[in-house]
Write a protein that binds this ligand. Structure first.
Ligand SMILES: [Cu+2]
Length: 345
């Protein structure tokens, strides 16, 4: 059945049907990979709903681009080391075309974060200093994260060129006061910055996006940023961020496309601090200077288009780092996975 479907779609494709569908309905032929949230506007009165799942893994600690051993960490007066961290995000998004040029978008996130930690104890029997890991601990947070609202405006929307600007806000709905439970490593004490669910500040989210669309090949470049407007009620602000995304996608048939994406990101350290950490300096994640840095990630992805099912688009994308230079000691990025499903009506 599937083979028949794709064969028939290849035939329609060969007959030049793709140009007709593209001008009338851009989302279904939008080859944008799963990890890119903002790339298109909708026609007037058109709705899009999507669910997106992101899973991100982090491993081991870096200072700059080099890994740091537990012994070196101990020499820097830290007595805790994080060896792995995992973040799952469930995102629900709605888009609505107010006019053919202006689209509004809202996104709600539910986040689950877990981190494994080891306490460092020197072992004196060895020459130099070796570390034993006698206590392993786990921290977990989950809950609603910051809600994002965006307005997308199409500057150019011709058959082959798409330029849009987007402006938005991140509303501080996610908690910045999550504490550890009674038998965790932070009993009734606030968890480190990276375990909190929100930024605690109103953040500005500008995006400039360009897509070049040919018959079967599309490519895109996008610059986006997160600008923090002030300090949160705890007393700090997360670093500002700028991200540059470039992707290239190939449409094999009306059902199926593949993509390659390169993402560069730079962010600054946390400014200010959480006063409850003043005497808790044994863990790298409680130091505001150990945040931010630069990274370049590469992604490979695929999309499946099921037009008969409410113009569905299914996408999966997987990425690994090519370069990381982190203010640290800070845990490094290991991999991320995106999966998304969107419908249009
Ligand atoms: Cu959309």
């Amino acid at each position: 059945m599937l083979v028949l479907l794709s064969a028939s779609s290849l035939l329609t494709f060969a007959q030049g049907d793709s140009t007709a569908t593209c001008s009338s309905c851009c989302c279904s032929t939008d080859l944008t990979p799963s990890g890119i949230m903002i790339s298109h506007v909708h026609e007037k009165n058109q709705w899009m709903l999507s669910y997106r799942y992101m899973s991100m893994s982090m491993r081991n600690m870096l200072v700059g681009s080099s890994s740091i051993s537990d012994g070196e960490l101990f020499n820097k007066n830290y007595s805790m080391s994080s060896n792995r961290m995992h973040m799952d995000m469930h995102m629900l998004m709605a888009m609505y075309g107010v006019t053919d040029k202006l689209t509004l978008m809202a996104m709600v996130n539910y986040t689950v974060i877990s981190m494994n930690m080891t306490s460092l104890t020197p072992v004196m029997s060895m020459p130099g200093m070796d570390m034993s890991s006698d206590v392993n601990m786990n921290m977990k947070t989950s809950g609603l994260s910051d809600v994002k609202i965006n307005a997308l405006y199409s500057l150019v929307n011709s058959h082959s060129h798409h330029v849009l600007v987007s402006g938005g806000f991140s509303i501080p709905t996610g908690s910045i006061r999550v504490s550890g439970d009674a038998n965790s490593m932070y009993p009734d004490h606030r968890l480190p910055y990276d375990m909190q669910l929100g930024s605690g500040t109103w953040d500005i989210l500008p995006v400039l996006n360009y897509i070049r669309q040919n018959d079967r090949i599309s490519w895109s470049t996008q610059i986006s940023s997160v600008i923090r407007t002030g300090y949160n009620s705890v007393g700090y602000k997360l670093g500002n961020e700028v991200t540059w995304n470039n992707w290239l996608a190939f449409q094999w048939s009306r059902l199926f496309s593949s993509s390659l994406r390169l993402e560069g990101n730079a962010s600054s350290a946390i400014k200010g601090y959480d006063p409850s950490f003043t005497y808790l300096t044994y863990e790298p994640a409680t130091n505001p200077a150990n945040y931010g840095g630069q990274h370049v990630n590469g992604y490979i992805g695929t999309n499946i288009y099921l037009r008969s099912l409410l113009n569905s688009k299914l996408g999966v994308e997987y990425g690994i780092p090519f370069y990381q230079h982190l203010n640290g000691p800070q845990m490094s990025f290991k991999s991320s996975l995106y999966a998304s499903w969107s419908v249009m009506f």
